[in-house]
Design a protein around this ligand. Structure first.
Ligand code: SF4
Length: 390
């Protein structure tokens, strides 16, 4: 975290938050500030903004999905979802977790759409089916399309949480029988932040909301609407196993010596070289672990069309991405430039976005438009070859 925080001084100045101890509150502010890639001295500004801000009305729609993003939200820590609801947001409608049901729930929604018009944030979880007039997802007699049409105009912004809401996700995988699409395919006249992931990381969701409350604007995003603080660099570039990749030390079989030693999982199908996310930095479950730390390859669940392009999950992306003296691998975005706060960071944000675009171009052109490395992968095999390639 760099310089030591004047914790005592900050806590002294803060009003006592209701429902959260000052220490817990400040700890959470530190975590979110770090997730936003802000320097430590922003902790006080974040804490003060949250202490004084009105609770942000949030309407949460759940469409074609597995409820994984809601689960992620409910299991968030720093603070817990309950504390978050009570302190910083006003979750006025969420059909999965709200107490009212049926007509009472619908009345809550329509009250909120009128009362909080122009003030609420609309969170969308799940893809939106468009085939057959959208009949594949209906709630209270309305299709998901109709729900969106009704709620989007009064929203200050739309947060598309999870890969299904961002890109269509698994429901949109071939042959996509419901015509599933993401929010950005339908909503063109409203600020949208895409927070893909299967599921969304609740730290990134909280950080996006905190950014809005603290700075009065949404965080800087790349061309795909993903905030740069969370999606500005590849998993591959922050992965603790990266030295093993560069050194040619690869796991070759589940449970082998390399697996036990924590070597690189590239040959076991890891898609970290094409996945943009901060998994390695913020982790999951209070940063207890994350997939690669647990010994499983990244499946690039944050990327568009991941189900169609990352499967089979245990097939590797081929020789072409392996490092060699003639083909240096390092191309990542330095963590210091992935921050995007208003004008001060516009140049840094633009630089990160440009690097992201360059990365996509390189990967796409090297693979002839197919998923990276699939042309090099052994046909019909889910198990990487045993020969040395590094
Ligand atoms: Fe980490 Fe996967 Fe990259 Fe290996 S290939 S360094 S395991 S992200």
């Amino acid at each position: 975290m760099g310089a030591a925080l004047p914790v005592a001084a900050v806590m002294e100045r803060l009003p006592a938050p209701v429902g959260i101890s000052r220490r817990e509150f400040l700890k959470w502010c530190s975590v979110v500030t770090a997730a936003l890639a802000l320097p430590p001295w922003y902790v006080e500004r974040v804490a003060q903004a949250l202490s004084s801000a009105d609770r942000l009305p949030v309407i949460w729609f759940e469409f074609q999905d597995c409820a994984g993003d809601t689960e992620s939200f409910l299991r968030s820590s720093h603070p817990t979802a309950g504390e978050m609801v009570l302190e910083f947001i006003d979750l006025v409608y969420h059909e999965t977790v709200m107490a009212p049901a049926g007509a009472a729930a619908e009345a809550s929604l329509h009250d909120a759409l009128e009362r909080d018009r122009g003030r609420y944030v609309l969170v969308v979880e799940g893809s939106i089916p468009t085939a057959e007039g959208g009949v594949y997802c209906t709630i209270a007699g309305q299709t998901a399309l109709q729900r969106l049409e009704e709620a989007v105009p009064g929203a200050v912004a739309v947060l598309a949480v999870g890969t299904c809401a961002a890109w269509g996700g698994i429901p949109a995988a071939a042959p996509n029988p419901t015509g599933a699409v993401g929010v950005r395919d339908l909503v063109k006249d409203k600020p949208i932040v895409n927070l893909p992931g299967c599921s969304v990381n609740s730290v990134n969701l909280a950080a996006t909301i905190v950014h809005l409350l603290t700075f009065g604007e949404l965080p800087a995003t790349d061309d795909e609407g993903r905030p740069l603080f969370a999606y500005g660099h590849r998993i591959h570039d922050t992965c603790p196993r990266r030295a093993h990749f560069d050194g040619g030390r690869f796991v070759r079989e589940w449970g082998d010596e390399g697996h036990r030693q924590g070597w690189c999982l590239y040959r076991m199908g890891c898609k970290g070289p094409k996945a943009l996310h901060n998994c390695a930095i913020v982790g999951w479950n209070d940063n207890t672990s994350w997939p690669i730390a647990a010994g499983h390859p990244c499946i690039a669940c944050t990327e568009p069309d991941f189900w169609d392009t990352s499967t089979p999950f245990y097939r590797w992306m081929g020789e072409s991405l392996l490092p060699s003296p003639a083909r240096p691998e390092r191309e990542g975005v330095p963590l210091g430039v992935v921050l995007g706060i208003g004008g001060a960071a516009a140049a840094a944000g633009a630089g990160a976005a440009a690097l992201v675009r360059q990365r996509r171009k390189r990967v796409g052109s090297s693979q002839g438009g197919e998923a990276p490395g699939r042309a090099d992968a052994p046909e019909g095999s889910e198990v990487p070859p045993a020969e040395e390639g590094a």
